[in-house]
Write a protein that binds this ligand. Structure first.
Ligand code: NDP
Ligand code: HSE
Length: 432
């Protein structure tokens, strides 16, 4: 092995960074053999050095900017968030230092700037760990499927919310206690609001859509709803219909009647049939379906969060970057040539499950049904259960524009015969 060592700066040593150091140390010889040069960790930037007794003291620094500016070839970033990371990574790329990051929030906001800096200097930018933890997903989208035409990507991309929804469904566990457990296990973000309000999944959806449709999609382009409003009643309603509730990220290539293409990207909880493969994805696992013209349907499944799974993806990227440095190759550049317009949620079509408490008397069903008809929303199934003075009415619609469904529900909520709109939930994974 004649190549000089590949010098690596690590920014962050928390849940993921700790595992990155462990793998780098334990697998040093194998990594060197795979790369063709040793990988040398030259420094680790943290906030509180005294919290890291296991890291050799001479490696620790609180000055991340100085570490980035030092004599390193690659910067591995596992701090998270936008600031100060954005500036640090732009500095690294501008100086020709390749970057490996797990930071979906930053990628979903500033990918164009980061790629521009990488292009200008010839550095690599890799971010496999940013979406779906250990699952090799971004490299298949960027490379293996680069010759195909991807039409849809749909999946579970947030481990924390899947952990919570699975527990609520399986054991009836409470929301708060399950979130605490997800944080303890290292799945949740530093601020779990990003997970439970769907921001984390929206960032990942933006990254997936950008790569799949060769179009710049940022987190603000993504329609987002989290799981905080999913109630045990919703879960029970789903169960009663042999369905379960998952937080889904859905990225679609839409062809309009005039043949013009656009992109629709949304994150929201949805009911799916228990027979659907995504329904069996439990705990912090992620699963993503990809549909492409020639490849057909593909499914990617594995651990979507946690220190070691995420570090696996980081190390895979580090090996790729290091091999390029040794062999003179290059990772893929940004591909945003298609520049498709991004549709709003109102233009999307979905199926809805609407559960109502209504008065139990003659004509109520037809009154409610007439509101759906008025808004041109076709009903696929109705189930009514009478109680003493009122009744539970569940309506599942065919696919209809979001805006029409929302107006329908608004009007129904104001009907005197409707006592309560118990649950309104999109339905996915069934014929429309
Ligand atoms: P943690 O909060 O566990 O770790 C963050 C690390 O960054 C800590 O070591 C902290 O230092 C350090 N840090 C924070 N601010 C600074 C700063 N200004 N300068 C230097 N160091 C700083 O985060 P995770 O390891 O969980 O996540 C890291 C990244 O990986 C995020 O982008 C996250 O979204 C992503 N990710 C996480 C996954 C997971 O399952 N946890 C999965 C996939 C991606 P100190 O320890 O001293 O406080
Ligand atoms: N907080 C994220 C999750 C980590 O729960 O999926 C993995 O990106």
């Amino acid at each position: 092995m004649s190549h000089r060592p590949i010098r690596v700066a690590l920014l962050g040593c928390g849940t993921v960074g700790t595992e990155v150091i462990r793998l780098l140390t334990q697998q040093a010889d194998d990594l060197a053999a795979r790369v063709g040069a040793p990988i040398e960790l030259t420094g680790v930037a943290v906030r509180r050095p005294n919290k890291h007794p296991d890291v050799p003291a001479h490696l620790l620094t609180t000055d991340a900017a100085a570490l980035v500016a030092s004599d390193v070839d690659v910067v591995v970033e596992v701090i998270g968030g936008l600031d100060p990371v954005r500036g640090l990574l732009l500095d690294a790329l501008t100086a020709g230092k390749s970057v490996v990051t797990a930071n979906k929030a930053l990628l979903a906001e500033s990918a164009a700037d980061l790629f521009a800096a990488a292009d200008a200097s010839g550095a690599d930018l890799f971010f496999e760990a940013a979406v779906a933890g250990a699952i090799p997903l971004l490299r298949p989208l960027r490379e293996s499927l680069a010759g195909d035409r991807i039409t849809k990507v749909m999946g579970i991309v947030n481990g924390t919310t899947n952990f919570i929804l699975s527990a609520m469904d399986e054991t009836g566990a409470g929301y708060a206690e399950t979130l605490d457990e997800a944080s303890r296990l290292g799945y949740a973000e530093a601020d779990p609001t990003a997970d439970v309000e769907g921001y984390d999944a929206a960032s990942k959806a933006a990254i997936l859509a950008s790569l799949s449709f060769h179009t710049r999609v940022t987190a603000t382009d993504v329609y987002r709803e989290g799981i905080t409003s999913v109630t045990p009643t919703d879960i029970a309603a789903a169960r009663g219909l042999n369905r379960t509730i998952k937080l889904l990220a859905i990225c679609e290539r839409v062809t309009g009647e005039d043949g013009a293409e656009s992109v629709a990207v949304r994150v929201h909880p949805a009911m799916i049939p228990r027979s659907h493969p995504l329904a069996t994805v439990g705990g912090a696992f992620n699963a993503v379906f990809v549909e492409a013209d020639a490849a057909g349907q593909l499914m990617f499944y594995g651990q979507g969060a946690g220190g070691a799974p995420t570090a696996s993806a980081v190390l895979g990227d580090l090996v790729a970057v290091a091999r390029n440095l040794v062999g003179g190759g290059h990772g893929p550049r940004e591909s945003a040539y298609a520049a498709l317009p991004v549709r709003t949620i109102d233009q999307a079509s979905t199926r809805y499950h609407v559960s109502l408490d209504v008065a139990d008397r003659a004509g109520v069903l037809s009154t409610v049904a007439s509101v759906f008809a008025e808004h041109d929303v076709s009903i696929a199934a109705v189930r009514q259960e009478g109680r003493r003075r009122d009744a539970s009415l569940v309506i599942v619609t065919h696919s209809a524009p979001e805006a029409a469904l929302r107006s329908t529900v608004d009007k129904i909520a104001g009907l005197p015969v409707v006592h309560d709109v118990v649950s309104v939930m999109r339905v996915e994974g069934e014929e429309s």
